[in-house]
Design a protein around this ligand. Sequence first.
Ligand code: DC
Length: 230
Amino acid sequence: MNTKITIAIDGFSSTGKSTLAKQLAQQLGYIYVDTGAMYRAVAYFAMQNNIISATIFDKVALIAALPSIQLSFQFNPTLGFAEMFLNHENVESQIRTIEVSNYVSKIAEVSEVRAKLVEQQQEMGKNKGIVMDGRDIGTVVFPEADLKIFMTASAATRAQRRFAELQQKGDNVSYEAVLKNVEERDYIDTHREDSPLVIAADAIEIDNSSLNKEEQFAIVFDLVSQVIIK
Ligand code: DC
């Protein structure tokens, strides 16, 4: 029998981390956790409760509200992945809007938010057999992960992919707005004080600007196989 491993997938926004992580988890029969969804759900909560808007960001209120934010994932067999629930409400589609994307990096800068989510993520992965994607998985959440992947692609490539996705969902947003959001999030994610997005020393970097999903999966699955049979 194969021993179960921990796979950490980090990288810039819209590099296709979730797609890859989902495919890997499905193939291996592992749990998949999209940690970005957790930060997005907190951002959505903050928006709903007038904690964050275009003009305000009440950090004190956010920290005070943290105990009343309950996050969970529930597997949807039709979709084949776990959806994000905030206080028992399915918020999977609400957290994917451009508005949430615009606020989420600010929310993710708050150390108290990070501490709460990291603790929950470590609990989910304590028995291994997990593929987790985010920004700090290989550096902070699972520094001892068996395999660490760091995904990159040019900002224009990533914005184009995200733009196509949003258009498909009927979101009437311009390519320029998506590119601006991608660049702003890159900046905030790499410059924040607590757990900035950095490549772990032992991570394998994959630039997928010119790789399709199948090519990328084949490369990473080969890496996984090497670790599992070691
Ligand atoms: O992966 P994503 O684009 O859905 O993530 C949304 C935001 O959440 C991203 O801009 C930064 C933040 N994030 C984080 O700080 N740490 C993580 N582990 C995952 C996401």
